[in-house]
Design a protein around this ligand. Structure first.
Ligand code: HEC
Ligand code: HEC
Length: 214
């Protein structure tokens, strides 16, 4: 009996994983695949979704993988998600700047209902990023905080250093470096005059200084 319950619980996840594989195949085969593939990195997957059994997780895995990799709710803070979802729904309805491209590419793109879109926003907000509080970390806005400030707000708000311990941060920063390469943002590790440099050591030192203690 217990095994059956576990099986039933695992079922929606398995179905969602199928949806994701199917969607990936669709956009990977499109002539615009290489562009779409670079929009979001492949670092996040269904197994890491918070509250995996919730309606919000299910809808994210259903709608948000039709054009790019699965978005991580923790990428953006709560205030940012409503406009992003609005922009994405607009596209799913075949409107917006990429409208015709999206439409030609996959006639099968489905858009969420108004209610589903609300559930999506609430879910993404609930598990969103906690932004750095500028009043608590004035150093982020001085010369010492510059390597962190410039590198870490290119794609989302500056994260709260208390999110991780000093021991945990370097792995997250290393993943972000991969994300930068994937999404083609500034990664200058060799000096090019006039280009901001990615100074991993300085970034980790800043985060370690203000990190959660344990
Ligand atoms: C119809 C195709 C399509 C679907 C479906 C789609 N997106 Fe997007 N998404 C795009 C395109 C194109 C971009 C790049 C341009 C841009 O950022 O607006 C993008 C970019 C993004 C980005 C990176 C840009 C940023 O502002 O951080 C995030 C995050 C994102 N989408 C989240 C979502 C979420 C959440 C959903 C589901 C509610 C979703 N997407 C569904 C087409 C889509
Ligand atoms: C090129 C865009 C980009 C840049 C620049 C970037 N990030 Fe991210 N960040 C992402 C994406 C995409 C996600 C969601 C996917 C993931 O977690 O890998 C994310 C998610 C996060 C998260 C939430 C997820 C978690 O594991 O807690 C934190 C914290 C974070 N980034 C910290 C940073 C830090 C620190 C820097 C500067 C070193 C940085 N980011 C620079 C793209 C970026």
């Amino acid at each position: 009996m217990r095994r059956l319950a576990a099986l039933l619980l695992a079922l929606p996840l398995a179905v969602a994983a199928d949806d994701i594989a199917e969607a990936k195949r669709r956009w990977a085969e499109s002539p615009h695949g290489p562009m779409l593939e670079r929009i979001l990195p492949p670092t996040f997957d269904a197994a890491k979704m918070p509250e995996p059994g919730s309606a919000g997780a299910r809808l994210t895995m259903q709608y948000c993988v039709q054009c790019h990799n699965l978005p991580n709710p923790a990428m953006h803070h709560a205030a940012k998600w409503p406009t992003i979802v609005e922009r994405m729904v607009y596209r799913m309805e075949g409107k917006g700047n990429y409208g015709t491209l999206m439409f030609e590419m996959m006639a099968g793109v489905k858009a969420p209902s108004t209610e589903e879109a609300q559930t999506l926003v609430a879910y993404l907000q609930k598990h969103g990023q906690k932004p750095l509080d500028a009043r608590k970390y004035p150093e982020a806005f001085t010369a010492a905080g510059e390597p962190f400030r410039l590198a870490c707000n290119q794609c989302h708000v500056l994260p709260d250093p208390k999110r991780y311990t000093a021991k945990e941060w370097p792995a997250v920063v290393a993943r972000m470096q991969e994300n930068m390469e994937w999404m083609n943002r500034v990664v200058g590790t060799r000096p090019i005059p006039g280009e901001p440099q990615l100074r991993i050591d300085a970034i980790n030192a800043f985060l370690a200084k203000y990190a959660r203690k344990k």
